[in-house]
Unconditional design. Structure first.
Length: 210
């Protein structure tokens, strides 16, 4: 059996630059690993079923925070069990755009669900797996919302108010303080190339490349 792979997640508020950084790290990894060794995925989603749930979540309709939490957890369970764990069992590097830290930042700090409620359900939904490395891109809310406005389209989350994103940003930084070894905070106001270089050092370290 292959050695257990490496699970790396990308976190930050909407518009912080997660997808941009993930794609850049992915391209770099392809210079080092064969394509079948590196998996790019995202949450909510990542499997057909979970992507359908993502569509539901992004509708601009009111919902109970707990109903939303269960939907996120259903998506995470399917994605983790059917895609992430099999890839890790095959020794692959899995890059995931958002994972559990998003749920703590958005559902606990953003929407007010109790921390231990999320922690309990999350333990089930993740089947106990944890990222080896989490790259948290930190940017002021104004910068992130400005970038999103340029993109044009707002979904349910992005249409929430400024104060919501301030709480989510604060939540992420609080999580990072509690998990300094795993969560590395990157200053996302720097040019994309600079953010990539900082991220790459952490990636190299967890992959044992340095
Ligand atoms: N370091 C950077 N400096 C300036 N602009 C950036 C930087 N990184 C990304 N961007 C730009 O900001 C916008 C948002 O980036 P991106 O889509 O990667 O963010 P995201 O965190 O994935 O957002 P979402 O949560 O909405 O998926 C894009 O137009 C991207 O080109
Ligand atoms: Mg994105």
């Amino acid at each position: 059996m292959a050695r257990w792979g490496k699970f790396i997640t990308f976190e930050g508020i909407d518009g912080s630059g997660k997808s941009t950084l993930l794609n850049a790290v992915y391209e770099r990894l392809l210079e080092v690993f064969p394509a079948e060794k590196v998996v790019k995925t995202h949450e909510p989603g990542g499997t057909h079923f979970a992507d359908l749930l993502r569509g539901v979540l992004s509708e601009r309709v009111e919902r109970e925070p707990m109903a939303e939490l269960f939907t996120l957890m259903a998506a995470r369970y399917d994605h983790t069990k059917r895609k992430i764990i099999p890839a890790l069992q095959d020794g692959k590097v899995v890059l995931c755009d958002r994972y559990s830290d998003s749920t703590f930042a958005y559902q606990v700090f953003g929407k007010g669900i109790e921390y231990y409620t999320v922690a309990r359900f999350n333990k089930v939904a993740t089947l106990g797996i944890k990222p080896k490395l989490t790259l948290l891109i930190d940017v002021p809310v104004d910068v992130a919302l400005g970038r999103l406005a340029e993109k044009g389209k707002l979904d349910h989350y992005e249409s929430l108010d400024r104060a919501f994103f301030e709480r989510v940003r604060y939540g992420y930084l609080a999580l990072a303080k509690r998990a300094k070894k795993r969560i590395k905070v990157l200053d996302g106001t720097q040019p994309e190339g600079v953010v990539l270089e900082e991220a790459w050092k952490h990636v190299q370290r967890v992959l044992g490349m340095v």
